[in-house]
Write a protein of this length. Structure first.
Length: 165
């Protein structure tokens, strides 16, 4: 599995990408700064990366030592986004530029859409679980009736073996 794009940690302080996408660490930094500028709307320096392994799942990634996560192991460049030296924070640190405001609006809109999607997924799976539970109850009831009828006919199930009484 090769990841062709960049991705970030949950709070947007780290940027990562598959090492196979770049000639070297400097190439990663250069392209990561372009990616961050496009997504944030202003330039933010990227610190020198480290090379590390992660696990990539269908919708998320975790450190490769996470025992509870299943995914494909890949090697990535991993670098901190140097928020303190961004173009935006030079000058008026308390006032956001228009590009950042628009970027955050897009983030909020996307997060709201994601939350709606997750809630729909939960509802779908809850309904599926209810159907499965009804099927189990139905099969259990049918099994009870059949066992009773077989018992009346002189048969009993003893440790998984049918015996005539």
């Amino acid at each position: 599995m090769e990841i062709k794009s960049f991705f970030e940690d949950y709070d947007g302080e780290i940027v990562l990408s598959d090492v196979r996408n770049f000639k070297d660490a400097d190439d990663f930094v250069k392209q990561a700064e372009i990616y961050v500028a496009e997504t944030r709307g202003f330039r933010i320096p990227i610190l020198q990366p480290t090379v590390t392994d992660i696990l990539v799942g269908e919708e998320e990634w975790k450190p490769d030592d996470d025992p509870d996560f299943e995914g494909k192991k890949i090697t990535v460049y991993c670098s901190v986004i140097d928020q303190g030296n961004s173009e935006e924070t030079q000058g008026e640190p308390d006032k956001w530029c228009e590009n950042r405001i628009e970027a955050y609006k897009r983030y909020v809109d996307q997060d709201m859409k994601d939350i709606d999607d997750y809630e729909r997924d939960i509802e779908y799976h809850q309904n599926k679980i209810k159907r499965i539970q009804r099927n189990i109850e139905s099969k259990t009831y049918q099994q009870t009736i059949k066992l009773s009828q077989l018992f009346e006919q002189g048969w009993i199930l003893n440790n998984g073996v049918w015996e005539e009484k």
